[in-house]
Design a protein around this ligand. Sequence first.
Ligand SMILES: [Cu+2]
Length: 229
Amino acid sequence: MFKNIVALVFAAATASASLYVRDTGSNPALRVEQAVANVTGNGVTGSFNFVPATGQTGLKVSINVSGLKQGLQYPFHIHINVVPADGNCTATGGHLDTYGVKTANTAYNCDKTKPLTTCEIGDLAGIAGNLTANANGQATLTFNDPIITFGDNKTTILGHSIVVHNPDNTRLACGNIVGYALKNPSTPSSHTGSSQTESDSDSSDSKSSGASSAAMSAALAIMAAAIAL
Ligand SMILES: [Cu+2]
């Protein structure tokens, strides 16, 4: 069992570059497992990494942005439109607000304890707080957002973009959110539910799928690290 996990983790590590395909849904057999937005603009660069949150709804967001000024507050959001080829952050339009929270509340005040009813879906800084840079001009932040997903039409982050704003709210840097799927999904149970129809077989199925999950997690971590570099 542990030998298998170790072997799978090594396989995942060496094959991670080819394990993933950039995909946002044209092939239903490919399911997005993580998404990344690399933001650039005005000397600022950064990465926003999204993976399913553990043990709760939504996604875990890991942010690392460089080129900021120490101590200042930088808001950041999911904006509706993609960044065009010329990199113009203004072209990304407004914040993702599928449920119309902002238009319904004349005095908008995102309360992170009630995100669904008081926050625009795209108001990530409203839920997690603004980015604040250290002495090296770098800001890191990790949080769970309970609303956003890779799947549901109303809550998906795919097909949108990330914008980091200056403290005065002008647009500083931006990048598109790109989904990544496993190229060869190897465990049918997570896609077809076959583990339920085969429940009278012994427990070896669940063990092997657990090993695959461990390998997948390792591959995702490696992928995230590779993208962050
Ligand atoms: Cu914004």
